[in-house]
Design a protein around this ligand. Sequence first.
Ligand code: 4AD
Ligand code: MG
Length: 430
Amino acid sequence: MSKVTIHELSKHIGERVEIDGWLYNKRASGKLQFPIVRDGSGYLQCVVSKKEVDEASWNAVDGATQESTVHVVGTVRAHQKEPGVVELGVETFEVRGPAEDYPITPMEHGTAFLMDHRHLWLRSSKQVAVLRIRSEIEQACRDYFYQNGFTLVDAPILTANAAEGMSTLFETDYFGKKAYLSQSGQLYLEPAAAALGKVYCLGPTFRAEKSKTRRHLMEFWMIEPEVAFLEFDGLQELAEDFVEYIVGRAVERCQEELKTLERDVSKLANVRKPFPRITYREAIELLASKGMPAEFGDDIGGDEETVIANSFDRPVIITRYPTAIKAFYMQPDPNDPDVVLGMDMIAPEGYGEIIGGSQRIHDHDLLLERIKQHNLPLEAFQWYLDIRKYGTFPHSGFGMGIERAVAWVSGVHHLRECIPYPRMLNRIYP
Ligand code: 4AD
Ligand code: MG
């Protein structure tokens, strides 16, 4: 007799097997009981007939509570009504770890309650589906860059300098000196691009953003490529090729999960390059034409992003933002000095900015001037300036927030369900 996972059962029809899992749900009808067991790999309907099992097994099923650990032995057979589905004709059923009053029942629960029980909520079918899609997307990100000749370079988490502005830094003590949790691996990838050409990192990043929106987490994961000698047009091509690939992978390999989440996948079928591209100036005009007047220099916030996104049937790239509202390291546009060669990619359907990127300043003196203008501590950036001193080169890169991409692909409204343990304003438990 073999111990198998539920996912593999269809290869074992007619065989006696052993299953370890948890009781998901059950129903009964007369002399039959139907416990549904889940083991992390899938869900299995078990059929327990009073005639065919001993009393201990029958009573064990009868008394088993939701989420109790169970051990089941039986014979795998094709489901009588659902083609392609298997069930288990039970021989013995044993409760090995009883669960008392499992707090998450099939009824509706409020968000605060679910978030307090996140460690248990993870077991629910929709949460399982989202985590599978997240895993597929992260794997697809790694595969994309691996297959395209990029080298993985892990960036540090403890840093001595800010990458994305001083206002959202988490500060910590580093043996009597100040250190910060990384906001982005970018600054560390730029030197690595001079060593290895095409590099990327994937890791956690931290922003003390005092904003309570569905699109912001304090700790989120970011995938960031950085490429030597890549300029602004090439950067946009890389971003759209990458997004087309990862969305395609999730749609192809997560069909079950997307069905569980009732995601309208026809909306994802359009994610084909080329993506529409508009400049920031055009975006301002578009907003005005939709009754949302904005002036040059205004930030494009979440509501504005949604209005812009709704004008297109696939992700849209907005380019050439005003210098004043973007990061210190962005290369000025040689044809329009008030704007920088920065880009954001906005997902459709209101999921907001998924990618931010730019060509980087490669002129030493200009970068020095920008560091001073932004009141950044010069000592902490000497190493970053060195890259412009020893064989400088044009280069570009971007960052994509994993949770934003997962929310969009999964059709999940709030980022808090797109990471196993969300860190939000006022929440670090569990
Ligand atoms: O636009 P951002 O701030 O860009 C950077 O950090 C660059 N250094 C990246 C680079 O060029 N290598 O952040 C990039 C992406 C955003 O587009 C968004 O998807 C995500 O990171 N992001 C967040 N996701 C969740 N919660 C937050 N608070 C986020 N802030 C940014
Ligand atoms: Mg951004």
